[in-house]
Design a binder for this molecule. Sequence first.
Ligand SMILES: *[C@@H]1O[C@H](CO)[C@@H](O)[C@H](O)[C@H]1NC(C)=O
Ligand SMILES: *[C@@H]1O[C@H](CO)[C@@H](O)[C@H](O)[C@H]1NC(C)=O
Ligand SMILES: *[C@@H]1O[C@H](CO)[C@@H](O)[C@H](O)[C@H]1NC(C)=O
Ligand SMILES: *[C@@H]1O[C@H](CO)[C@@H](O)[C@H](O)[C@H]1NC(C)=O
Length: 420
Amino acid sequence: MGLSPAQAIAIIVVLSFLLLFLHKILSPWVELPRLPEQWLAFRSGLAWTIFKDRVGFSEDMVLDHESGFAIISSDPGRVCWNALWGRSHNPHQQGRLLLYHYGGSGSLREMELVNFPDNFDFHPLGMGLYREMEDSHPRLFVVNQGDDNSSVEIMDIDYEDARAVHVCTVEDNNHTIRSPVSVSPVSYSSFYVTNDQCLIRRRHPVLSFTERVLGLPLGWVTFVDFSIQARPICTIVAGGIPFASGILVTPTGKEVLVASNSTDTVRIYERNPDTNTLSSNYSSVYMTFHPETLSFDKSLDIDDPTVFNSNGYFLRGVVATGSPDAGRLFCMATNPHGCAAPSVVAEIRRGHGPDLSPFPGSLFNLLSKYYARTLYADDGTNYPSSTSGDMDSKRGRLIVSGVYADGLLDITWDPRENRH
Ligand SMILES: *[C@@H]1O[C@H](CO)[C@@H](O)[C@H](O)[C@H]1NC(C)=O
Ligand SMILES: *[C@@H]1O[C@H](CO)[C@@H](O)[C@H](O)[C@H]1NC(C)=O
Ligand SMILES: *[C@@H]1O[C@H](CO)[C@@H](O)[C@H](O)[C@H]1NC(C)=O
Ligand SMILES: *[C@@H]1O[C@H](CO)[C@@H](O)[C@H](O)[C@H]1NC(C)=O
């Protein structure tokens, strides 16, 4: 009593679908090559860890490509202050901002916080820097996720005296700025901000844990216009993003990229610069690590046809940073010196191309319009737990910060080196 051909075909079809489905849900876990101890994409490159005793718990860092300064956020209370485990010891330890003159003297200074309200609770997460033109003043946007209140703090930066002068606090009574993570400004008075979860711990401790463990797609992006400071206008422009972390508006303003660190993808939305709305559909690039932050190499020329195409869509220059090992990240969160989470920095590009790294930046996907090339990979031995990376290819620099690492990773190379 054999199978009829029709039955056999039906079984094969069902099995194929099952395999496809399994492949789809398992592909993020397919065996990846082992991480090298340290790998650099730059032939003439050198990597140093600097300021080991002076920089720590740095969630984010931004480069000012014009002036050659890096602004680094640091929250020493972070080991005790962890979004998963809840804040425990020492909640009173305040966050700081540091200024590294990477393009000049190489000095590191702590920034003076000026005009901040009394009893200000400062716990910086993501940051974004904005300046209208090359010579106009820089303004810093900092996500401040305290115990009770979440806000985006706006401050004007004075590099000469290492001062951050508070302009205003933007919040909306916990409606659409509820669990902010990263911010990307588009003018002196507007920005996009990601929110990573809906059921925040302070209201629903158990549900929030469930959301985190299941990776439910409940993150969203809010666009905020605070031209009228007392009444900011907040609009949700994208939703359904599992653990929305890093966000980036490209320099042409035509696209917005959002990283989802639980699904290892970076979503690319089209942006309407007139209305600030985002397209309802998006493209994805499938990374080999949990992308935390996104940045753009602003030393690249916006008119260079190898950087942006004629529609203003990026072709290269987006930098994503994160770690492929969530387990070891959590281990470092409880005991920073007890384990070492690996670090990966990769450049996202449009199209398809080779990745020379032994640890590729993205998973091969025929349908994806984008791929990633690894710039730096480290199994945690040299520099662990990278969370943000920003490149200045004109000066031949890639600077990386790791939330549980000691110091900054400073990579230098000869900018005349041909990488293409
Ligand atoms: C939170 O915000 C409220 C209202 O803006 C303010 O009164 C309170 O002091 C803030 N709490 C903290 C801890 O900053
Ligand atoms: C946000 O929610 C928290 C907890 O529910 C509350 O303490 C805080 O005051 C709220 N912030 C504002 C600005 O309303
Ligand atoms: C959205 O869909 C339109 C029409 O199919 C397409 O032209 C566009 O490229 C898509 N946008 C993204 C970001 O994928
Ligand atoms: C993802 O980002 C959230 C903050 O948005 C962070 O608490 C969490 O640890 C990150 N997860 C991983 C695996 O890095």
